[in-house]
Design a protein around this ligand. Structure first.
Ligand SMILES: C[S@@+](CC[C@H](N)C(=O)[O-])C[C@H]1O[C@@H](n2cnc3c(N)ncnc32)[C@H](O)[C@@H]1O
Length: 451
């Protein structure tokens, strides 16, 4: 039977839920914050923890603020938007500290805030469906733990123009007979809208992800209509994804009108970003991270040789090219390597080499066999972190320092633990707020190797 009671929120989980305790057992309650007194009902019990639902706020925490977004409670995207921003930064530091608790001798810095806390998100990916009876198009984020779309008309964390573009797509698609996707039946055409918005130029690249294999006349007319409606749209692409998959984009994208990229800048280097190119979603916060890494290298090395592993479009390689003798950027996605080539050419950079391969394979073949040594290795892996194999090779291939840039403190700490067990030294982790109002936190750790 469901149990209801009044609880004090005493802590905050690494996944963004408030924590209460009952008879020593931890209860996680979403949409609550430390120092709330709340009425909850316990929904799920396991031997070690329980999860509850917020029924009523009895006494609000002093850290609560009015969220800007009217849909904050129903949409799963911004778990922390009802919490004062300064306190969000403190909670993120505590999240990193909590993961790093068992690493000896490590301190965690104060989270460096994002320069903008609204309108910061420059990559938008809305799933699309339609209403059952009236067949109106729905576009927005999924409700937490479901595939039910919250139809979002206003999202304060993205540039306002993106709301306008998506609304136009929502209203105009039916005129061209473009139906919203039905995930269960695998029917309908439009399954996602992806926008890459440029902070530098204000331009937007729109990609219509379709459950289809080619561009048909009405789809082409629809794409042209969207392109012609907004001066701020620099191009419209179609991505063909007719598989039953949770992957948003396939590898097959065609440009219908305009250009298939937008331009962005980091530390005075210009980057071209396509529909499927990895680029940091918050360019201003990314600038803080790149400057932090660059300053460390400038202050501690003289013309080093750098390995830029998990390189994307060689953002680190390009940004560090003027403080290094040579950089080698390694990336597994061929599309990103193609864009990296253009980035290097457009910025007249001649001392960055590109390798389109897996990091561990590169390290094994190119580095260990040839006994090459890099002064510094930058590791910027996806959320799952690095394999032990990559870390072992990195240690063997690096003379002085590994700079680990991470979007997941859990795998960062796991990998730091492993590196430390092999004799590497880490004493500081610097968190950055890249994803304001969510529990996600980006971190940089500098690992030194004594030979
Ligand atoms: C977090 S992104 C970092 C990109 C880049 N450093 C930046 O700041 O823009 C991780 C990148 O690693 C690439 N990647 C994933 N697994 C890889 C692997 N095993 N070897 C090489 N690259 C990989 C992904 O395609 C992605 O571009």
């Amino acid at each position: 039977m469901e149990q209801e009671f009044i609880a004090d929120i005493e802590g905050f989980s690494n996944l963004g839920a408030g924590i209460a305790k009952q008879d020593g057992k931890v209860i996680f309650i979403e949409n609550t914050c430390p120092q709330d007194k709340v009425k909850i009902s316990v929904k799920k019990q396991t031997k070690t923890y329980a999860s509850g639902e917020l029924l009523e706020i009895v006494e609000p925490s002093k850290y609560r603020v009015q969220p800007k977004c009217p849909m904050q409670k129903v949409c799963g995207a911004c778990q922390l938007q009802f919490i004062d921003y300064k306190y969000q930064l403190r909670l993120k530091k505590e999240i990193v500290e909590d993961y790093a608790r068992n690493l000896k001798g490590i301190t965690v810095g104060d989270t460096i805030p994002s320069p903008e806390i609204y309108g910061y998100r420059h990559k938008i990916q809305y799933p699309i469906s339609e209403t059952k009876n009236s067949k109106r198009i729905l576009a927005g984020y999924y409700k937490p733990k479901s595939h039910e779309i919250v139809n979002i008309k206003y999202c304060p964390i993205q540039p306002a123009i993106c709301d306008e573009i998506i609304d136009y797509i929502r209203e105009t698609a039916p005129k061209y007979g473009i139906r919203g996707y039905n995930e269960k039946k695998h029917t309908g055409i439009l399954r996602h809208v992806v926008i890459r918005a440029s902070h530098l130029t204000g331009n937007n690249l729109v990609t219509l992800v379709v459950n289809h294999t080619k561009i048909f006349d009405k789809l082409k007319e629809f794409a042209n209509d969207i392109y012609n409606k907004f001066d701020e749209i620099s191009g419209v692409c179609v991505n063909f994804n007719n598989k039953k998959t949770n992957l948003i984009l396939s590898n097959d994208t065609k440009l219908v009108c305009g250009q298939d990229f937008v331009e962005e800048q980091l530390c005075d280097i210009t980057f071209k970003i396509g529909s499927n190119t990895f680029f940091q979603v918050n360019p201003q916060s990314a600038e803080n991270i790149f400057r932090y890494v660059k300053n460390y290298i400038k202050n501690n090395f003289n013309s080093p040789i750098i390995l830029d592993a998990y390189a994307g479009i060689a953002a680190f390689g390009a940004v560090l090219s003027d403080v290094c003798k040579q950089a080698v950027s390694v990336e597994s996605n061929p599309e990103s390597i193609e864009i990296a080539k253009q980035v290097l050419k457009a910025n007249n950079i001649n001392n960055v080499k590109l390798h389109n391969t897996d990091t561990a394979k590169f390290l094994e073949k190119e580095v260990i066999n040839k006994n090459k040594q890099f002064d510094i290795t930058i590791l910027d892996p996806p959320r799952k972190g690095c394999s032990k194999e990559s870390l072992d090779y990195t240690l063997q291939a690096t003379k002085s320092a590994i700079i680990y840039v991470s979007c997941n403190p859990q795998t960062l700490v796991r990998d730091l633990d492993y590196l430390m067990s092999k004799g590497a030294k880490v004493d500081f982790i610097q968190p950055f707020d890249m994803f304001c109002h969510t529990y996600h936190v980006e971190s940089v750790a500098i690992i030194t190797i004594e030979r």
